[in-house]
Ligand binder design. Structure first.
Ligand SMILES: Cc1ncc(COP(=O)(O)O)c(C=O)c1O
Length: 386
């Protein structure tokens, strides 16, 4: 069988398997003590006070949007260059999306354009912003906070691509993506291509106990058993209350056992991603045709994706695939999806994101990518351009 190199993939070690199987042999397999430990360890890693684990990143976005109060008539700003879930979560709550074009350098949302949109929002319909740490490039949440405070917005950071990323703030302090220093809530995904996987899974991080408690309740049907939070009289040991309409977005303890084990090598894996990125950056530095992300000094990039922007993208994609290299495109701008077009968005609305989409390609990037595999990818890209 032909050896295939994918753009991203999970790494499962013997320790990971042992960690999962020990939970499978225990009494408790759904959300229980291991989930609590994973939440605690993840919060420590990210630098937030609290973390709540859920069934996937989309559920994390949905519950966060609910906890931030998104409701009918509300508008929320996000980038068109993201996975659809960053925008969909607002629609789940009856709100509307206000897309704002990207900054061509960081590929994150352009804050100058955000402010232009806010200035025009005379009815104050815009309630929040969902910035995305695209490809692992951390958004500067300190700058977003200044803007959010000026216009009375909340911030929900979609940090799915960026566990371990950080930027240096105006006081010279390292601010890790998702630590909640400047954002109200942040979310992560543990899909297999992400830095840490639980098969499917997600996490909400933040520093506000009230919002986090609400998310915990919403994760399991809006039900609580916490004696301190009951509305009616406690009727006995069995008693629980459904206090609002929630969902079943629980994660299992055996998934969290995988998360705990993966988290132990998060630093090592991040270093390996940075090593791979530096190798690509160096290898293609002489190629004017190949545009790559320039990482400024104050940015510690988490390299979920290694994106190049090139001419003849479709031909290169096919050529690499013929040679066993399965690249990917991140992303088709969300506003160009048929569903969003039906809501009124059109081609031409966000020219920078659209132009980027015409030329982008994500090359293989994952910690277990072997040196010779990366060499082969580089050789083939160079061979294509001659
Ligand atoms: C930026 C971004 N947001 C949200 C999600 C949704 O996460 P999940 O697939 O775990 O639901 C993803 C994952 O694909 C993502 O990349």
């Amino acid at each position: 069988m032909k050896h295939i190199i994918h753009y991203g993939r999970q790494e499962i070690t013997k320790e990971d398997i042992e960690s999962v199987s020990s939970v499978l042999k225990s009494d408790y397999i759904t959300t229980g003590p291991v989930t609590k430990t994973f939440e605690k360890n993840f919060a420590e890693y990210i630098g937030s006070k609290y973390a709540v684990a859920v069934s996937n990143g989309t559920a994390a976005l949905h519950l966060s949007a609910m906890a931030l109060g998104v409701s009918k008539g509300d508008k929320v700003i996000t980038s068109p260059l993201t996975f659809a879930a960053s925008a969909n979560c607002v629609l789940y709550c009856g709100g509307e999306i206000s897309f704002v074009d990207i900054d061509p350098k960081s590929l994150g949302i352009d804050l100058n354009r955000v402010e232009d949109v806010l200035k025009k929002d005379s009815d104050n319909n815009i309630k929040g912003i969902i910035p995305v740490d695209f490809a692992g490039y951390p958004v500067n949440t300190e700058d977003i906070r200044s803007l959010a405070d000026k216009y009375g917005l909340w911030i929900l950071e979609d940090a799915c691509h960026a566990p371990g990323a950080s930027f240096t703030d105006s006081k010279g302090k390292q601010q890790q993506s998702g630590n909640g220093e400047f954002s109200d809530l942040s979310i992560f995904s543990f899909h297999p291509v992400k830095h840490i996987t639980t098969g499917e899974g997600g996490m909400i991080t933040g520093n506000n106990a009230e919002k986090i408690n609400r998310i915990r309740r919403l994760r399991t049907h809006g039900i609580t058993k916490d004696p301190d939070l009951l509305i009616q009289k406690d009727e006995g040991g069995w008693y629980y209350e459904m206090q609002e309409l929630g969902y079943n977005y629980r994660i299992t303890d055996f998934q969290c056992a995988l998360g705990i084990s993966q988290l132990k090598r998060a630093d090592k894996s991040l270093k390996r991603r940075q090593e791979i990125a530096n190798y690509y950056l160096d290898a293609f530095s002489d190629y004017d045709l190949i545009r790559m992300t320039n990482v400024p000094e104050n940015i510690n990039h988490a390299w979920h994706l290694f994106v190049i922007q090139i001419p003849k993208r479709r031909d290169l994609y096919n050529y690499l695939q013929e040679h066993g290299i399965y690249t990917q495109v991140h992303y088709i701008p969300v506003h160009l999806q048929p569903y969003y077009k039906n809501l009124g968005w059109n081609k031409g609305d966000f020219p920078i994101a659209e132009k980027y989409y015409e030329h982008c390609l994500s090359l293989p990037m994952y910690p277990s990518l072997k040196e010779e595999e990366q060499e082969y990818v580089i050789k083939k890209v160079k061979a294509f351009y001659g």
